[in-house]
Design a binder for this molecule. Structure first.
Ligand SMILES: [Fe+2]
Length: 325
């Protein structure tokens, strides 16, 4: 049930109007069914993630997600019950930048060494080791099409074949119940594979960020202000993982943490820089000369702007599309 804070009209969770205060102000034939909330024209669900389009997107959810369902699968399959729980609590950061600064940043691998230098120095992060390990495949960025994109650390994790390296190198012996539950759910081989590859680091266009073991989304307030919401990605049936993931979230995305506050400040500074004018175009050519195609996706070095180009390509299509159809 929802109550409008203005005049106290009461709606049920389907959006139907079920009561109004002081009914005698309306005639007897006042028809509540005519005053329900306007439904989103498209709502669909993939593995528990609810997607909605207020005015219709011109494509089904399956068409919109395309191959990128694999990115969502990569997260949800980490639960031995095949389900996520997003009830650990939500943080919100409101800040003065256009919302598109966020998808620009979230899969950008070029800023990590500089923007997050303090994180690299203070923690035992393996992110940069992966780039410099001559015996491992380096991480890449991948444009999945339709504006979906990722930094794929899995390539590196797979080549090193170390379980839970993505989880701060925690030894499997510290997660005995989780390991047993995963083997029971998926079998030895698949459970090992999942323990090695870990979660996605991916943007589902336009505003869902699967940030390792965090679910993050954002919405605009105005052209130069937005809100970003975060919660740990708790895995159903995996309390050992969730307890540790909660502390990782506190260190990565909370207001006194390393990563996201740094990205938010940079987004605000970038916005101020754009507002300063002086140039009509921002260069996004990094890595164009070394991109390659793999399984229908565009792939390049982790520091390349392949993902930014993929995001803007889809954004441009949406802005030019006739939304009346
Ligand atoms: Fe960042």
């Amino acid at each position: 049930m929802q109550v409008c804070p203005y005049h106290g009209w009461v709606y049920d969770l389907t959006g139907a109007l079920i009561d109004v205060p002081h009914k005698d102000g309306y005639p007897d034939d006042f028809d509540k069914s005519e005053f329900g909330m306007v439904a989103a024209s498209q709502v669909d669900v993939y593995r528990g993630f609810v997607f909605a389009s207020l005015e219709g997107s011109g494509m089904t959810l399956a068409e919109h997600l395309g191959a990128a369902t694999a990115l969502i699968d990569r997260a949800v399959d980490l639960s031995p019950e095949g389900e996520l729980d997003l009830q650990a609590g939500w943080l919100q950061h409101r800040f003065k930048a256009n919302w598109k600064m966020l998808p620009e940043n979230d899969c950008d691998g070029y800023h990590v060494e500089t923007t997050h230098a303090s994180f690299m120095h203070a923690t035992d992060s393996q992110a940069m080791d992966l780039l410099s390990d001559a015996d491992a495949e380096p991480p890449v960025v991948r444009d999945w099409g339709n504006g979906h994109m990722e930094i794929d650390f899995n390539v590196a994790y797979r080549s090193r074949n170390i379980p839970f390296e993505w989880f701060g190198r925690v030894p499997a012996s510290k997660l005995p119940n989780y390991t047993a539950a995963m083997i029971k759910a998926y079998g030895e081989e698949r459970a090992h594979e999942l323990s090695v590859t870990g979660p996605p680091h991916a943007i589902i266009f336009p505003n869902l960020f699967l940030g390792e073991l965090n679910v993050i989304f954002y919405y605009p307030v105005s052209a130069d202000e937005c809100v970003q919401l975060y919660t740990p990605m708790s895995l159903k049936g995996a309390p050992e993982v969730n307890k540790r993931a909660l502390h990782q979230t506190e260190g990565a995305v909370g207001p006194a943490s390393f990563l996201i506050p740094e990205d938010v400040i940079i987004a605000e500074r970038n916005q101020a820089g754009l507002n300063a004018g002086g140039r009509d175009w921002v260069d996004l050519s990094r890595g164009l000369h070394r991109e390659y195609e793999e399984d229908g996706k565009i792939v390049s070095h982790m520091s390349d702007e392949t993902v930014n180009r993929g995001f803007w390509r889809r954004h441009r299509e949406e802005m030019l599309r006739d939304h009346s159809k």
